[in-house]
Design a protein around this ligand. Structure first.
Ligand code: GLU
Length: 492
């Protein structure tokens, strides 16, 4: 076990094969929280040895997602240039091949690993035979005890071996004191001799992970439960190299509402989708933190600063967590409504701009509009449909709108409305002024109820139902109100 007086160093080690998944974001966040809580270092390491699936584009996407979440790292590729920052690089495994090779050679020298020339067909044959005989399908290599000289001769002839780890013959348990799961025992014969370096020269994940965690002085490995089964192999490699283990904590699995492992089937699972759908990074972080961790103060709504202050590994829960979209939406709405209006506007504006809405630019107007709409917003994107009627563009008169305009008194009502707007002294009217005008129309046109309200609504938003006019009208510039009333009258 590691010496707990060492400064905490944790890492997030994504494989760049797509967007950052919410599960990955949670792993990153727990590591980040732990580092920040302990005053330690958070390292970003890129596990890109799967050449077929790892792409630079995915790497940039994942880095973009981490930046959006605000999870800054102390060492690793620089977010902009991707150049290494820190003194334990390179931080991309594809650039560390010589390092892995040198440790593979060391293990071979120590007699803890060997060159193995078994072909895939031979391995398959062994597997089939083992299964038939009811034995676990483990490799039994005839090259296990070859000398390096013997192997070198064959390599010189052009054969390409793998480097295989020699699992101890002695039957015993490897005992992991997992920070989340408590004691986990792995019998040594659970695995057979396993590959460290493929015949292509590419090292495998379990090997790279140990070498890197050791050389990068990682003290705590907080990662997904699915890696628990890798930990035995990793423990064997640590032991063979005479290195101390870091602390390990394997977090709970995340399930969809149907209790199946969370996947695309369940809807949005990438951070990118959440950002595009108008979720706030602080709300997503709050939500994912509580999938497997709980606040000692039993708080549900927490800021990142609260979580840094309260985080500890002993409140990580091994039980599976269910991803509840409704709860996320509620948290998003809660964080959103608590934002100061200036900040809320900054976050909402890109969505409004993307939707091409043409809105007044002054702050007082924005403030008033946010005040009116924020209670109806759960996501930033919800602002688009709420603000759309306020955009300077012609209204689309719906079929029901046309129907209401066909009533005998409707043209008269809208004309009167238009006259009152035209005579209005300032750019905007207040709610009280609007009510007053409505009363005037009622008396002068001798209409009431829907004959009164619906044509005015059509002249403002193109449809007879929906938004409350006393809320909307004060947000609409006099010119827009005039344009719309004229438009509705002209097409009637
Ligand atoms: N590259 C691994 C993954 O993306 C990380 C495993 C680890 O944290 O050890 O799942």
């Amino acid at each position: 076990m590691s010496d707990n007086t060492r400064p905490v160093r944790v890492r997030f080690a994504p494989s760049p094969t797509g967007y950052l998944h919410v599960g990955g974001a949670r792993t990153a966040f727990y590591n980040y929280l732990y580092a920040r809580h302990m005053g330690g270092q958070f390292v970003l390491r890129i596990e890109d040895t799967d050449e077929a699936r790892s792409t630079e584009e995915s790497l940039r996407m994942q880095i973009g997602d981490l930046e959006w979440l605000g999870l800054t790292w102390d060492e690793g590729p620089d977010a902009k240039t991707l150049k290494d920052m820190g003194s334990h690089g390179p931080y991309r495994q594809s650039q560390r091949k010589e390092i892995y090779e040198s440790y593979a050679l060391k293990l071979i020298e120590l007699g803890k690993a060997y060159y193995c020339f078994l072909t895939d067909a031979e391995i398959e044959e062994q597997r089939a035979a083992s299964l038939k005989a009811g034995r676990p399908p483990q490799v039994d290599s005839p090259y296990r005890n070859w000398t390096v000289a013997q192997a070198s001769e064959r390599i010189a002839k052009g054969d390409k071996p793998v480097v295989r780890f020699k699992v101890t013959d002695e039957k015993r348990d490897y005992v992991l004191k997992d920070l989340v799961r408590g004691e986990v025992r792995f019998p040594s014969d659970m695995v057979g001799d396993f590959v460290l370096i493929r015949s292509t020269g590419m090292p495998v994940y379990n090997f790279c992970c140990v070498i890197d965690d050791h050389l990068m002085h990682i003290t705590h490995v907080l990662r997904a439960e699915e890696h628990l089964s890798n930990t035995l192999r990793q423990m064997m490699i640590y032991e063979a190299l005479g290195w101390d283990l870091p602390e390990f904590g394997h977090m709970s699995i995340i399930l969809g509402p149907d209790k199946q492992k969370l996947s695309k089937r369940h809807g949005a699972t990438s951070c990118f989708e959440y950002s595009q759908n108008g979720y706030l990074p602080e709300a997503l972080l709050n939500f994912i933190a509580l999938l497997g961790w709980s606040s000692p103060k039993a708080q549900e709504i927490l800021s990142v600063a609260d979580m840094i202050a309260q985080f500890s590994t002993d409140r990580l829960n091994p039980a599976a967590a269910v991803f509840d979209e409704q709860k996320l939406l509620w948290m998003n709405a809660t964080h959103l409504r608590a934002l100061p209006h200036r900040e809320l506007w900054e976050r909402v504006e890109p969505f409004l701009t993307k939707a091409n809405l043409k809105l007044p630019g002054d702050w007082a107007w924005r403030e008033q509009a946010l005040e009116v709409f924020k209670t109806s917003m759960q996501t930033l994107k919800d602002a688009v449909e709420l603000f759309r009627p306020l955009s300077r563009e012609p209204v689309d008169v719906t079929a029901e709108g046309k129907e209401a305009m066909a009533w005998e008194t409707s043209s008269k009502v809208v004309s009167k409305w238009k006259d009152l707007v035209a005579a209005h002294q300032s750019d905007f009217m207040t709610e009280a002024q609007f009510n007053e005008y409505q009363e005037k129309i009622k008396t002068e046109c001798e209409v009431k109820g829907k004959q009164l309200f619906q044509p005015i609504r059509v002249a403002v938003i193109g449809k007879p139902q929906g938004a409350e006019l006393k809320v909307l009208v004060p947000l609409l510039h006099k010119e827009i109100l005039l344009e719309r009333a004229s438009q509705v009258l002209a097409t009637n």
